[in-house]
Write a protein that binds this ligand. Structure first.
Ligand SMILES: [Mn+2]
Length: 373
């Protein structure tokens, strides 16, 4: 047990802020006396979800002597995220391979809420706490566990940094690298919304991070198939006013969709981007904005409405629509409907309802026929 061994290792006792102490106490209060705790990041975990889960694993072990297991649903395919997992010293179990038997373990949900439809809690587990930073996160009536919601904070990783700091748990160099990467990706290197806590976490973690690991994650090798998707995305990319969007016909790994939306966001004068993609019987969509006052999560939920689910932050959001039973034509019609609805909100100036989209927009990359000598 690391408990009771909290004297400052670096010579000065951390001045404990009462608010933080109460947070740690609140976490401790929901932890079980015996047995392993499940740590559940949101489905198809991104760097923030992964790094936060790893930080929680460390916190439980070092501060409370509680064993835990990180369990996730979905896949990890983005090259950078796979590289990140390679450097994580804790193992991640795919929920599909989890055997709970008759135990009903306590679960902590990170970087999402179990009542959003975007976090799958293993059947049989009981959620005892939720830590999240998404702006639309709402408390759930009747839920009596820990709810640490900080809408507006750049990353859940920053919140987890604060827990570790408050607990006096030193952050190992590899984990510091993962947390840094999480904060950097969530805030697009601080070009998106962040709070003083994000900046503090980043500055405090930087001197103790393994920078080689951070470099290897950032510059992870990419498979050739990635470039084929990139080409498809560029071929399909359209511009209309301040909006750029694209579409992928067959997405195997969902992470490429937000990646394309991010990439389009770097086009000059473009402030809104989105990318759609077919993936089996689902349509995936990611929306991005560089405007500080943007409310991507709300907007996407409004546009998708009853047709699917969506969630996200001010500057980024993701959604899914069910395509089961739809013919290819119906799918395409639905996609055009979504594109039109989004443009209606984002660039409503001259979009006539009965005009085809292709008269309104133009391709990002104009095809130039090579001039023969
Ligand atoms: Mn996050």
């Amino acid at each position: 047990m690391a408990n009771g061994n909290g004297h400052g290792k670096n010579g000065h006792d951390a001045a404990e802020k009462p608010a933080l102490s109460s947070r740690l106490a609140a976490l401790k209060a929901v932890l079980p006396d015996t047995g392993r705790v499940l740590i559940v990041p949101h489905d198809y975990p991104d760097p923030d979800a992964f790094a936060s889960a790893a930080a929680m694993h460390l916190l439980l072990k070092e501060k409370f002597g509680v064993r835990s297991r990180i369990v996730f649903t979905g896949m990890v395919n983005r090259a950078e995220n796979r590289e990140m997992l390679k450097h994580c010293r804790y193992s991640f179990t795919n929920a599909a391979r989890l055997q709970l038997g008759r135990k009903r373990p306590a679960a902590l949900v990170l970087d999402g809420v179990p009542w959003s439809g975007r976090v799958t809690v293993p059947t049989g587990a009981r959620v005892v706490g939720v830590i999240d930073h998404h702006p639309q996160t709402r408390a759930k009536k009747g839920f009596e566990g820990l709810m640490d919601f900080r809408p507006g904070t750049g990353a859940t990783a920053s919140i987890m940094y604060e827990y570790l700091k408050e607990a006096g748990v030193p952050v190992p160099a590899w984990l510091a690298a993962l947390l840094l990467y999480a904060i950097a990706t969530e805030t697009l290197d601080f070009s998106r919304r962040f709070t003083p806590l994000d900046l503090e976490a980043y500055s405090a973690l930087l001197p103790c991070a393994n920078m080689k690991i951070l470099g290897e994650i950032r510059h992870a090798e990419l498979p050739r198939s990635y470039f084929a998707l990139l080409r498809e995305a560029m071929d399909h990319a359209q511009l209309y006013g301040r909006v750029a969007w694209s579409h992928l016909d067959a997405v195997e790994h969902p992470e490429i969709v937000p990646e394309i939306a991010d990439l389009l966001g770097r086009i000059e004068r473009v402030t809104w981007t989105f990318c759609t993609g077919w993936r089996g019987d689902e349509m995936l969509i990611s929306l991005r904005s560089s405007q500080p006052a943007a409310r991507c999560g709300c907007l996407l939920r409004t546009v998708i409405g009853q047709r699917g689910s969506a969630g996200g932050h001010h500057n980024m959001a993701a959604g899914t629509l069910d395509l089961t039973g739809k013919t290819p034509t119906e799918r395409e019609e639905l996609r055009e409907e979504i594109v039109r609805d989004l443009l209606g909100w984002l660039e409503p100036r001259s979009l006539e309802a009965d005009e085809p989209l292709d008269t309104q927009s133009h391709p990002l990359v104009e095809t130039v026929s090579p001039e023969l000598p």
